[in-house]
Design a binder for this molecule. Structure first.
Ligand code: SF4
Ligand code: SF4
Length: 134
């Protein structure tokens, strides 16, 4: 199964080779979706972990025991309406039709309840109007 997590590393845990340890010790594959290191050396990773459910839970426990904050909550997609130019490019990649153009007004419509936060729309926007609140 897969779990998407936000991992926050305090300064003392930032050197842990996390993807290596997850693979070697738990047979869990980590696909890094986003990485961010703040100037004060706090790191944040958004990862999708794949593996056996028991191994995933053990891996999460292991990370927590190493002072890594693990959040299971998904972020949400945010559309900046002041920036969007309603070009419709993002609607072409959205797998759930959460993003559509209104058939009459041709304005972008975002149906949040349909969004699975796959983030495929983010890089398609030419004016960077799409982001997550993670
Ligand atoms: S994150 Fe994925 S599902 Fe949500 S609006 Fe973007 S493309 Fe659609
Ligand atoms: S790709 Fe960007 S500018 Fe175009 S409709 Fe989507 S959010 Fe708006």
């Amino acid at each position: 199964m897969k779990k998407r997590l936000t991992l926050t590393f305090p300064k003392r845990a930032i050197q842990i080779p996390i993807t290596y340890r997850l693979a070697k010790d738990f047979n869990v594959a980590a696909n890094i979706i986003r990485a961010q290191v703040a100037p004060n050396q706090i790191g944040k990773l958004v990862v999708e972990l794949s593996g056996d459910i028991d191994e995933l839970d053990a891996a999460i426990e292991w990370m927590r025991s190493h002072h890594i904050h693990v959040s299971l909550t998904l972020g949400e997609i945010v559309i900046d309406e002041g920036v969007c130019v309603h070009c419709g490019l993002c609607t072409g990649v959205c797998p759930t039709q959460a993003l559509t153009l209104h058939p009459e007004t041709f304005q972008l419509t975002f149906t949040r309840s349909r969004c699975i936060v796959c983030e495929q729309c983010i890089p398609t926007c030419p004016v960077q109007a799409i982001s997550t609140n993670l």
